[in-house]
Unconditional design. Structure first.
Length: 255
């Protein structure tokens, strides 16, 4: 690939390159390790956003996706090879990549940023390594074909709306390290039937499971002291909700 298809700037004392814009129309690209004799170290904000011809991209090790929306709205992107040396997936990096079916997040990544995969409507599977500690707000929001997800025990924070609108999601296991379930985390996951909430959880935010109309049963752990507004609103199929003695606050509109 001709390097003239990339716009870039240099950063730092070593004049490392940050790719700021892609001007090509190839279906498949490999990010170069060097441009004009200088090392490529970064892919900048929105560098590939709206590249609707792009179907496959390979990012070499030692190249970091810096900033948000790097591949935002690449509607034909189907295959991504992430670098093993990055630290996480930043906010909106793959948001609205509507042809992306699977993603393997490498071991060593510690976070999945807000909106990272939001509106990836073809996404069916995601591999989250046990080094990830944080899943950002709406990270997988409206991934309507995501059927199951394994959240590793390393995760200690799942922000609001993280899986909201994942209408094909049928089961989820929340790991032991989680202490709170945020606002609308699983909102409108209408085919969600089974949820396992660990004893480490102490609070459940408003509308956490609202609209989960096929949720059949749920056991709230003993350490929970408050259940938020509308937490189970619209859960028409539930046959039992076991509330522990430690709960001191239940909203009138919880159901």
């Amino acid at each position: 690939m001709e390097t003239k298809t990339f716009e870039y700037k240099t950063i730092g004392k070593n004049n490392d390159i940050a790719i700021t814009k892609y001007n090509g129309n190839s279906k498949s690209i490999s990010i170069p390790s060097y441009i004009d004799g200088k090392r490529v170290s970064y892919i900048w904000f929105s560098a590939f956003a709206h590249c609707t011809t792009l179907e496959s991209v390979t990012i070499p090790d030692n190249v970091s996706m810096t900033g948000v929306s790097v591949f935002y709205d690449c509607t034909n992107l189907k295959k991504v090879q992430l670098p093993n040396t990055d630290t996480g997936v930043s906010g909106s990096t793959f948001s609205s990549c509507t042809s992306l079916k699977s993603i393997n997040i490498p071991n060593g990544y510690t976070f999945i940023g807000p909106w990272a995969f939001k509106d990836c409507t073809s996404l069916e599977s995601v591999t989250i390594p046990n080094t990830v500690t944080e899943i950002g707000g709406a990270a997988f929001g409206k991934c309507i074909n995501l059927k199951s997800v394994t959240i590793p025990d390393s995760v200690t924070s799942i922000d609001e709306c993280a899986f909201a609108g994942c209408t094909s999601l049928t089961s989820v296991v929340i790991p032991d390290g989680i202490t709170s379930i945020g606002h609308a985390t699983f909102y409108n996951c209408k085919f969600l039937k089974n949820v396992t909430i660990p004893d480490s959880v102490t609070s459940i935010g408003p509308n956490a499971f609202a609209g989960c109309k096929n949720l059949e049963s749920i056991t709230i752990p003993n350490n929970v002291t408050s259940i938020g507004d509308g937490d189970f609103a619209g859960c028409k199929s539930h046959t039992s909700v076991i509330v522990p003695d430690g709960v001191t606050s239940i909203s009138d509109s919880v159901f």
